[in-house]
Design a protein around this ligand. Structure first.
Ligand SMILES: NC(=O)c1ccc[n+]([C@@H]2O[C@H](COP(=O)([O-])OP(=O)(O)OC[C@H]3O[C@@H](n4cnc5c(N)ncnc54)[C@H](OP(=O)(O)O)[C@@H]3O)[C@@H](O)[C@H]2O)c1
Length: 259
């Protein structure tokens, strides 16, 4: 099946690595114009060059995805570069944290809550409002789909034995995703929350997982997911007809039974 997203303008946060980077590449491959964001500007610029080199369209907005000013720059970049507001927003930027409420490093709590929750909440709110403003005709959604895609986690639905403190931020954003879906769905904006289980990326190192313990787990459940597996799913979601909303999706390595 050939998929075209040539009429779509996307924003992808956390696109300098892992899942976000793969989503940006994949959307661009299918013709979408993509605003990519993360803090590491060099990596973003390399990604923009790579996408342009393959005939795709991308522009970089470097900065902290939690800052309201960065979010405003991302939304403005879509209009300034391609003449229309973004209609596919992927709230992906995030980070893990090893441990439970009792065992995790309390020095990291604020940062984890800040990026996983506050940053995603702000982007969802500003992005949804911009989408609603850009469709003054009540029936506009019938011919032009608009999507908000949230990258939550399998530990946003199941309490993790490894990272239940991190998981609590994903439980929260999962609940916000469903709340927003109920709010904007009737106006024609689709909201999709994706819950990946283990994906190989920089995530595990940033989270501070014990390499030996995690290595044993990887052997048991592997091969684990790759960022491209999540990227294909986002493309599948965005390419559905406007009346179809895949709103809640769990994706796991086949051999991972839990979480
Ligand atoms: N890997 C997994 O097993 C897994 C499973 C379920 C869900 N997830 C979720 O998937 C998402 C992506 O994770 P990943 O696996 O791709 O991890 P990753 O390889 O570590 O990538 C994380 C991305 O987020 C960006 N980021 C972090 N803080 C940011 C901030 N304040 N502002 C802007 N960008 C920020 C990083 O870029 P900079 O450092 O350049 O800013 C990087 O591009 C996260 O929300 C994560 O919770 C991951």
């Amino acid at each position: 099946m050939s998929i075209s997203l040539a009429n779509r303008i996307a924003i992808v946060t956390g696109a300098s690595a892992g899942i976000g980077s793969a989503i940006a590449r994949e959307l661009a491959t299918h013709g979408a114009a993509v605003v990519v964001n993360a803090r590491r500007a060099e990596r973003l610029n390399a990604l923009v060059d790579e996408i342009a080199g393959s005939g795709g369209r991308a522009t970089a907005v470097a900065g902290d995805a939690v800052e309201a000013s960065t979010i405003a720059r991302m939304l403005a970049a879509a209009v300034d570069t391609w003449g229309s507001p973004a209609d596919l927003i992927v709230a992906n930027a995030g980070r893990g944290l090893a441990g439970s409420p009792l065992s995790s490093d309390t020095d990291e709590w604020e940062d984890v809550i800040r990026v996983n929750l506050l940053g995603a909440m702000r982007l969802i709110r500003e992005g949804a409002n911009a989408m609603l403003e850009s469709m003054p005709e009540p029936e506009a959604w019938r011919t032009h789909a608009r999507d908000i895609v949230i990258i939550s986690s399998s530990v946003g639905k199941n309490v993790s034995p490894f990272s239940s403190m991190y998981g609590s931020t994903k439980f929260a954003i999962t609940s916000i995703g469903e709340a927003v879906r109920r709010e904007v769905g009737p106006q024609g904006v689709r909201v999709t929350t994706i819950h990946p289980a283990v994906v190989e990326s920089e995530f595990q190192q940033v989270a501070g997982y014990d390499p030996e313990q995690f290595g044993t787990f990887m052997e048991k459940i592997g091969p684990v997911l790759q960022p491209d597996d999540i990227a294909r799913l986002v493309t599948f979601v965005a390419s559905q007809p406007p009346h179809v909303n895949l709103n809640d999706i769990m994706i796991r390595p086949t051999r991972q039974e839990y979480p």
